[in-house]
Design a protein around this ligand. Structure first.
Ligand code: ACO
Length: 325
């Protein structure tokens, strides 16, 4: 049995349409809603985001990211035994994005399922796939985070619609005797479901409840800074590493203030924090694999380096992974 699972390759995809803060502000102003580039940058660090074209879904974005990851890993789709997709914006109620993606890639037969843990979805999915690989029940696993949050944004609510974007990221995991994923830690507290949610659902063929994202930003902020530091410390302890040994912190890209606050608490300097929030916005489950792939392809993250991934999202859910890339 393999001792570890290891990331064999990464990939990502952003839909081509970008919307800068000033463009979004001008669009909202037409509806009498006031916001500004200055407010958004100062509070969040976001400068622009990508929005998928009408008719483009999370499977479309995920497929592009998956193909890039497979190519980087030099793994043929036929060699993928498990597909796990983290998303809160699937194409359908069912089948899952994972099943639809498996068909597109042409790797039928193995298990394929979605993980729904909102912005913590990718660390959840990575941990699940890691356990399948380490148990020897699959050889290669494809883990994808993909979102079209533009579809669940209420563009009359300036407190949320300026924060999110669309995109996808993916990794291929394979078995390894050399260190790969060292430790994972996952948590949830469903008592806090009300501070971040999209409460709508389908009942009898009609949408029941608001199908738009709602957030108490300050409550989420307070929880985020607390749980991210504690889960990061937990995973470092489990993996037997000190924060000073982390080469790159790859945080969920929701808010630059939260990301740098967590880094500061851990004693990780800002130059060792992968930062893509300015150009991606918050892409929920896609944000960590997007950031990871951009730092790998940009030559910042190199083989053998130690990475700490951490995220918090609706649920409340949160988690972290410590790994050697
Ligand atoms: N433009 C201009 N003004 C705005 C905007 C906007 N887009 N949005 C809110 N404001 C106003 C508010 O109305 C308020 O005005 P008031 O003082 O007159 O009442 C003022 O700005 C301050 O609002 P706050 O909510 O206090 O702003 P805050 O500093 O808390 O920043 C933010 C808001 C960015 C949402 C922050 O709370 C945050 O980042 N929270 C965490 C979000 C997060 O991390 N989510 C991760 C999980 S996401 C997921 O799982 C899907």
């Amino acid at each position: 049995m393999p001792i570890y699972s290891r990331i064999l390759g990464t990939g990502s995809y952003l839909p081509p349409k970008t919307v800068r803060n000033d463009e979004l502000a001008a669009q909202l102003a037409l509806e009498g809603i006031e916001t500004s580039d200055t407010w958004i940058v100062e509070r969040t660090g976001i400068r622009e985001r990508h929005f998928a074209a009408a008719g483009t879904g999370s499977v479309d974005l995920g497929e592009q990211a998956a193909r890039a990851a497979l190519q980087a890993a030099a793994v043929d789709p036929a060699q993928i035994d498990l597909v796990v997709v983290a998303t809160s914006t699937p194409d359908m109620i069912f089948p899952s994005d994972a099943a639809l993606l498996q068909a597109r890639l042409g790797c039928p037969g193995g298990p394929a399922f979605d993980v729904q843990a909102v912005c913590a979805g990718f660390v959840y999915a990575l941990s699940v796939a890691d356990q399948f690989v380490r148990a020897g029940s699959v050889r290669n696993a494809l883990v994808v985070g993909t979102e079209v949050f533009s579809q669940i944004l209420d563009f009359s609510d300036r407190t949320t619609c300026v924060l999110f974007g669309d995109g996808a990221g993916a990794v291929v995991l394979g078995p390894s005797q050399e260190p790969g994923i060292l430790a994972s830690a996952l948590h949830a507290d469903g008592r806090q479901a009300g501070i971040l949610r999209t409460p709508g659902c389908i009942r009898g063929g009609a949408v029941s409840g608001r199908p738009f994202l709602e957030m108490d930003g300050q409550a989420v902020f307070k929880q985020a800074v607390h749980v991210l530091e504690s889960v990061a410390r937990e995973v470092l302890e489990k993996g037997g590493r000190r924060a000073s040994e982390v080469d790159w912190l790859v945080p969920h890209q929701a808010n630059i203030r939260i990301m740098l606050h967590t880094a500061r608490k851990l004693g990780i300097p800002p130059e060792r924090v992968v930062q893509t929030v300015a150009s991606h916005g918050n892409t929920s489950a896609a944000s960590i694999p997007l950031a990871l792939d951009s730092a790998v392809r940009g030559g910042q993250i190199r083989r053998g380096q130690t990475l700490l991934l951490e995220a918090v999202g609706g649920g409340l859910t949160w988690g972290a992974s410590l790994l050697v890339y």
